[in-house]
Design a protein around this ligand. Structure first.
Ligand SMILES: [Zn+2]
Ligand SMILES: [Zn+2]
Length: 416
């Protein structure tokens, strides 16, 4: 890893602004195995590791072939009260829509079916679209936002948790489609690791080095949508991806605050109301998130710990970190900036795991369904919990992290 600070530009070097902290520096040409990190905030600004669109498209085709089987065929089989029952992904979502509510079911459907299918569709569109000269810009924008919503890996862990929960009542066996599902999950992970949207932008829409260069590099702006650093075109847009190029994201603080406050409000009913309801011989038992974890802990502590981290610890930490950052922007606080930035990156990375509990509920609903004898269904808290998770993901996405550095710099000028 080599970073060179504002050295004289040689022909292959280019100016770049960091999309996270707005620092301006010069990146030399990178070799295939080199990453460029921002000298101020250590964010990865550019990576040399790219898979060609041909290879990504080949993986996309494999995923496309696996998908119908992995989504519709049985993943887990159980024998419950003498009756064989099998659960597939789509069946779980269908049960959730039928017995619970359609909105929560569509949250699960989006993260497990919608987003992976869109990922596959986008890669194939890029591959074929470049050959026949289609406009690839909307799809490249879409790909960049899609990454954190592909949750096949979390659903796989959810399946494991559901299996352990159900094993108290029933004997389990793996379903026919499980190997296909695991393969699909691994391929999605590989794709997301090797999918470098910024380099795809560079590949499809290369910008000439001789594009207008200002006398003062300070007027260069970075585009948050495609990470290109340059001057606005005559219509005030990014030269590469054609979205309006602004100094800071518009209404970032208002939108981020709104999503965060709504998430905090949603977390109250999410924790107070029952999230799952079990009927045993007609008798109803309600479980909140916490009491569900407590009863799981009595049989399996490690699994209970995973659910506790995903459903309680992560959302709470995420909200506290975001609150801290937003307050620090308003009051221009300087203390612990690096820690807060590190925490923010950590919670962004871990935040999507909060959907785990909803996936567990979806699978368990399609497995444990024996009418009056033994039935499992979701409670009203599921909707509030899912909404809170999605709102926090949006709140982080809408926060322009350069504002944190602006507040820091403003205070530094004042203090020094
Ligand atoms: Zn930076
Ligand atoms: Zn752009």
């Amino acid at each position: 890893m080599k970073i060179q600070h504002l050295q004289p530009a040689f022909p292959v070097a280019r100016h770049q602004r960091c999309s996270q902290c707005d620092a301006l520096f010069v990146i030399p040409q990178l070799h295939a195995n080199q990453d460029a990190l921002c000298p101020r905030c250590k964010a990865k600004v550019s990576g040399g590791r790219e898979w060609s669109i041909t290879r990504l498209a080949a993986i996309a085709v494999t995923m496309l072939v696996l998908m119908p089987f992995a989504f519709t065929e049985s993943l887990i089989n159980i024998r419950l009260l003498g009756t064989p029952i099998s659960a597939s992904l789509l069946q779980g979502i269908w049960q959730m829509a039928r017995q619970g509510d359609a909105i929560t079911a569509s949250m699960v459907a989006f993260c497990t079916v919608g987003a992976p299918a869109t990922l596959v569709g986008s890669l194939l569109y890029l591959y074929f679209g470049q050959r026949i000269g289609l406009n690839l810009r909307p799809v490249l924008h879409l790909l960049d936002r899609l990454k954190e919503w592909v949750m096949l890996d979390i659903y796989l862990i959810g399946m494991g948790v559901a299996a352990i929960k159900v094993s108290d009542y029933a004997s389990l066996s793996t379903g026919l489609a499980l190997p296909a599902y695991v393969a699909l999950t691994l391929l999605s992970l590989i794709t997301l690791i090797h999918l470098n949207v910024e380099q795809l932008w560079e590949h499809f829409y290369p910008q000439p080095i001789t594009s207008p260069q200002p006398h003062d590099p300070a007027v260069l702006r970075v585009c948050l949508a495609c990470n290109f650093t340059g001057m606005q075109d005559e219509r005030g847009r990014c030269r590469r991806c054609h979205v309006p190029l602004r100094t800071r994201r518009r209404h970032s603080l208002q939108k981020s605050w709104a999503a965060l406050l709504a998430a905090i409000v949603m977390l109250v009913p999410a924790n107070v109301l029952p999230i799952s309801i079990i009927y045993v011989n007609g008798a109803r038992t309600d479980d909140t998130i916490l009491s569900g974890i407590a009863s799981l802990a009595s049989s399996n502590v490690p699994v209970a710990a995973i659910v506790f981290i995903a459903s309680i610890l992560v959302p709470v930490i995420k909200i506290l970190v975001l609150l801290g950052l937003l307050v620090s922007i308003h009051f221009k606080l300087r203390h612990g900036l690096k820690t807060r930035i590190r925490l923010l990156r950590f919670v962004i990375w871990i935040g999507r795991w909060s959907m785990l509990d909803l996936f567990v509920i979806s699978i368990t609903m399609s497995l444990v369904d024996r009418d009056q004898l033994l039935a499992f269904t979701m409670g009203p808290a599921a909707f509030y919990f899912g909404s809170a998770v999605i709102l926090t993901i949006l709140a982080v996405g809408w926060l322009d992290s350069r504002l944190i550095w602006d507040a820091h710099a403003a205070n530094a000028d004042y203090a020094d």
